[in-house]
Ligand binder design. Structure first.
Ligand code: KIV
Ligand code: NA
Length: 269
């Protein structure tokens, strides 16, 4: 099976063609591999799996452990890993050092960083030295402290122009695609039309070239924080709780384990 490359993702420009989801573990990655083009190992794992109330406490080692697990579950999809807060902003050299560790230690094909124009130089530095980068613009959860919380971006003309400038600069810097989060439809449309690299949207309308969702949101496995754009396709947490309840009943009533689950037992009468 041929692995989807970042170059292939870059070539998939055109409304709605790229399918993406997040994953943090091997089994989840394995289940989605046939259906998606791109798997993003998001630092949302800090909120979804670790119970942090933001993504800021996530470390590089955590992202590397999750990235490596996901890569082990994937045959076909392109895998990219989020760089956590504090591992790429200081300088382009520090960003290179940490991003190269991510690629070497996980086997992923690229990285994602959050940022605006201040990150353009870093993106160019990484790309020129062999690290494919997907910049994440619009609502940037790592910047919640300075953006005044989790708020949709690109509300007016000026904000839209800033997003377009960022997109164009990142394209020039060599980014293979853009993650566009929490952006008004009109702004998402203009950003997508302004660049020849694909935009992958989350809460950014159908105007983007692809869509991504946080897998636990769409499966109903995480509800501490549910943004408007997180469509819940199924409520798996209810199903899982029913199974736990059944297990509890069986153990308390001596129904489990049965003969077939035991060693050295023929047939109990
Ligand atoms: O951390 C995350 O899950 C993300 C998604 C928007 C892809 O950044
Ligand atoms: Na993220």
């Amino acid at each position: 099976i041929k692995k989807t490359t970042t170059t292939k993702i870059q070539s998939m420009k055109g409304r709605g063609c790229i399918v993406s989801l997040t994953a943090y573990t091997k089994p989840m990655a394995q289940m989605m591999d046939s259906y998606v083009d791109l798997i993003i190992v998001g630092d949302s794992t800090g909120m979804v799996a670790y119970g942090f109330d933001s993504t800021l406490p996530v470390t590089l080692d955590m992202m590397i452990a999750h990235g490596a697990a996901v890569v082990r579950g994937v045959e076909k999809s392109c895998v990219i890993v989020d760089m956590p807060f504090g591992t790429y902003q200081e300088s382009k050299e520090v960003a290179y050092k940490n991003a190269s560790r991510v690629l070497i230690e996980t086997g992923a094909q690229g990285i994602k960083i959050e940022g605006g124009l201040e990150m353009v130089e870093t993106v160019e530095f990484l790309v020129k030295r062999g690290i494919p980068v997907m910049p994440h613009i619009g609502l940037r959860p790592q910047h919640a402290n300075s953006l005044g919380g989790f708020k949709a971006q690109g509300r007016d003309k000026q904000a839209t122009k800033l997003l377009i400038d960022e997109a164009k600069e990142f394209e020039k810097a060599g980014a293979f695609s853009l993650l566009v989060e929490g952006v008004f439809e009109n702004a998402a449309k203009q950003v997508t039309e302004s660049v020849s690299i694909p935009t992958i949207g989350i809460g950014a309308s159908p105007e983007c070239d692809g869509q991504v969702l946080v897998t636990e949101d769409m499966l109903g496995l995480f509800s501490d924080y549910t943004p408007k754009f997180a469509k819940k396709y199924v409520d798996l947490s209810s199903t899982i709780k029913e199974v736990f309840a059944e297990y509890e009943r069986e153990v308390r009533n001596g129904v489990f384990p049965a003969d077939e689950h035991c060693f050295g037992v023929k047939k109990r009468t």
